[in-house]
Design a protein around this ligand. Structure first.
Ligand code: ZN
Length: 446
């Protein structure tokens, strides 16, 4: 049990954090987003006083080809029958109300009510997550079973909401390193109470911020972006032409979505599959995946989250999408089944371990050259076993060393070298350190 606790330490912290922010009703704009950012701030504030840079963009601002939306606030919503019984109530589950629904307060017949109810016929027990950001309408979401059970009578529909000229909130945090080359992590803050999509990603970003804050030294600069999906990423890139700075300093970038289940690891490639972002994550996932937890590779044609904006023409940064079970592919996706029982400490820990390795590799992704002609004598340096026995563990670690030396020709970075010799880059960091110390290889600046 003790070993388990130790192993899952980050996963447990992440689950706890996800559980805290799960009940908050988030949407594109409004106090749900602000409150979520406050919780993130509390986590990093205790790590030496760091806090997010929080920005508000007024409703109706032009951002590239879009306008920022009105702010939405909701206080109450229910459907009541003639006896005063609430058929559904927003307070029981915030998925029960259509996201961005306009206000309504009237008695309607069954036919009119059904026109405003969203359900999922192929999953009759779930409440679907539905929004209407760009067309003003009122609506409720409920299970199809409940919808089918509604009697032909009159109902009181009540939604106390407001769409008004306010602002859209987003935040970022930049953790400076020795270089101003940036590794960027981006996720969204606009989903209501669903666990994998997307409090899991907020928990991952938060844990990684804490991890990076604690690093003794950093070669690279790390930027974390928290935005409402799509419109927020567009606003972030647009504001003060920030995309020009980001492009100039881009080193690697990842978007997080659905990172808390423990079924598989998924990579959604950027358009440029040979980019550093692609190569590093693929290398790590090849290492982490096994028969019980496979790695699924998706092309950029199957993109769906903010990797769309960051890769788009005119922006052109190779952001890679990361999920455990990919959005769209699991039945719990965008339904009330995506609750805290769908994600786990183990799933979150798995995602943390992946990006802990990604960061280590990015920090150490150097190019090396072997400087001794012919094979160096490893035995005299304590790098080769005195006895040779095939198949032993010692033998396997020796091949990491001999293969590293054989392939370090001054042209491949650590990830390319790792791919060539089929040994995880995360493991080769230590090998490189030892070989440098022994004077067998040198670093090449290319
Ligand atoms: Zn979603």
């Amino acid at each position: 049990m003790e070993a388990y606790d130790k192993e899952m330490n980050e996963g447990k912290q992440m689950y706890e954090f996800a559980n805290k922010i799960f009940p908050i009703h988030r949407c594109l704009t409004g106090d749900g987003v602000r409150k979520t950012l406050e919780y993130i701030n509390m986590e990093i504030h205790s790590m030496g006083g760091y806090s997010l840079n929080i920005r508000e963009i007024p409703s109706g601002s032009r951002i590239f080809d879009w306008m920022t939306p009105k702010e939405w606030t909701i206080r109450d919503a229910y459907i009541e029958d003639k006896n005063g019984k609430h058929i559904i109530d927003y307070k029981d589950n915030n998925l029960n109300v259509l996201g961005y629904s306009i206000a309504v307060d009237k008695w309607v017949g069954l036919d009119e009510l059904l026109d405003h109810i969203h359900s999922q016929c192929d999953q009759p027990t779930v409440i679907p997550y539905v929004t209407s950001y760009y067309s003003e309408q009122w609506g409720f979401c409920m299970s199809d079973i409940k919808k089918q059970s509604l009697k032909d009578e009159r109902y009181h529909v009540f939604i106390d909401s407001e769409l008004f000229d306010g602002s859209m909130t987003y935040a970022d945090l930049v953790l400076k390193g020795e270089s101003d080359q940036e590794v960027v992590f981006s996720t969204y803050i606009c989903h209501p109470s669903m666990a994998n999509d997307n409090v899991s990603s907020l928990a991952l970003a938060c844990q990684l911020m804490k991890q990076i804050i604690q690093m003794k030294s950093r070669r690279l600069t790390y930027r974390f972006i928290f935005v409402p999906e799509t419109i927020g990423a567009i606003a972030y890139l647009y504001e003060n032409s920030r995309y020009l700075y980001l492009k100039e300093h881009f080193y690697a970038g990842y978007t997080f979505s659905c990172v808390g289940d423990d079924k598989e690891y998924s990579i959604i490639h950027s358009q440029n599959t040979s980019s550093l972002s692609d190569r590093v994550l693929l290398n790590v996932l090849n290492d982490k995946a096994d028969d019980s937890t496979p790695m699924l590779e998706y092309s950029f044609l199957e993109r769906g989250s903010d990797e769309r904006q960051y890769n788009s023409p005119g922006i052109g940064m190779s952001f890679v999408g990361y999920c455990r079970s990919k959005y769209w592919t699991f039945p719990e996706y965008h339904t009330s089944l995506d609750d805290m029982s769908f994600i786990s400490t183990k799933g979150l820990q798995g995602s943390f371990d992946v990006f802990n390795d990604v960061i280590k590799i990015l920090e150490n992704n150097r190019v090396y050259r072997t400087i001794i002609p012919c094979e160096p004598q490893l035995g005299k340096r304590g790098l080769y076993p005195n006895q040779s026995q095939k198949g032993s563990a010692r033998q396997a670690s020796v091949t990491s060393i001999t293969d590293f030396i054989a392939y370090a020709d001054g042209t491949k970075d650590l990830v390319a070298l790792s791919d060539a010799i089929n040994k995880p880059a995360a493991v080769l960091i230590k090998v490189a350190e030892r070989l440098l110390k022994e004077g067998i290889i040198e670093e090449v600046n290319i």
